[in-house]
Design a protein. Sequence first.
Length: 477
Amino acid sequence: MQNSKPARCPVYKKCGGCQLDTAYPDQLGYKQNKVERLLRRFGKVAPIIGMDNPCHYRNKVQAAFYTNRSGRIISGVYQSGTHHVVGIDSCMIEDETADKIIVGVRRLLPSFRLTTYNEDTGKGFLRHVLVKRGFATNEVMLVLVTGTPVFPSRNNFVKAVVKQFPMITTVVQNVNPYRTNLVLGDKQTVLYGKGTIEDVLCGCRFRISPKSFYQINPVQTEVLYNKAMEFADLKGSETVLDAYCGIGTIGIVAAKRGAGSVVGVELNGEAVRDAVMNAKANGLKNIRFYKGDAGAFMEELADAGEKCDVVFMDPPRAGSSEQFLRSLIKMSPDTVVYISCNPETLARDLRFLTKNSAYRVKNIQPVDMFPHTEHIESVVLLSRKMPDDKIEVDLDLDELDLTSAESKATYQEIKDYVLKEYGFKVSTLYISQVKRKCGIIERENYNHSRKENPHIPQCPKDKEDAIRAALEHFGMI
Ligand code: SAH
């Protein structure tokens, strides 16, 4: 693990892609603390699994193209809220080969008289370049996103790029003529190779197309999925549900590891098509995928009296829905493996499940999928208390002590949170008044209400709401 503080990235502020620029062990400490603050009331949080080398992990890299006033072509990222591109030739978290290809494409443009697209006028040719690389297979896809379908000197340009970067296995032109923040448009033409690449994860092959979702850190994805499989503890005959399945990765790995049968459900139709293809490519016959809302799908299964043994659920940042969770409880699988990219919504959903059912959290494992960013991934094992099981009593004495809520976040942390999220300052007095309203024991000197002491100012409503949000954020209410 790298201990030294990395040299600060010169475009750290303007780019915004990374939010943490402290030494890697400190980043892991920050993430561990945050998960513990939000989730420790459900059970013990295992130490976060970080990366041995937390650099250049991103297997998907995209760059915007732009010509500045002096006619120089720049490639990089849009400075947030502007049409101004911040030039980036190499990035600490992006795949190095991908970065080199992007610079190579930029250098080739003038000799082919290819222009860059202008976001303000809607004129010009090259808009973005997207590179995806299969870490395990070394296959590389280059996607040229253009503002118009007409591609002057197309064949010669592609030949020149591939000659310079022989690791490129496919080149695709994607046409995006729209005034939009989305990188990719609807139409695409394969200019070289198959139009897709493959990667291998946990011994399974996955086909990746320009648009398909694929985890961006394959090294840590294996770690995460292996943990999820360890928690599921499949014996060989289980019925498994992979909810929010994307291109089917988790369900496919489970099927390959011996699940009896697997059903996947996903909202995005293209991802479902990829999932079906991926299952075939891995020679699996015991897996089916459905397109639809995971909550509605679960409700249908639950109402029909269907049962399953293991549910993997991997919802987006917003977390799961109450419909999904209620139906999950009704279906009562023995094991639920919840994979989450947002510990806040994870805490909310775990609270719902543990409050409304016999499910209890058995393991909580954070995995650092996105070093240098503030994103935190966790995998949680829940299982049902069996009626004739011995009840294990595992009491954390702190949990019984109301005052321990006090120690969950300091006054300073609450003030910092409110300032960051709401843009205003709140006083210790106001925080203590809100804490008191929420039933958290308070120090005597802040305990007087308006009636008791008319001289003490009372927290206004907007500040109270912000403080309540902070208390919720820190898992104190
Ligand atoms: N399990 C996959 C993908 C997780 S990302 C993996 O490991 O790669 C979350 C997925 O949930 C996305 O593919 C998104 O399209 C899908 N999704 C979002 N809302 C959904 C809903 N209401 N019902 C089903 N799927 C949904």
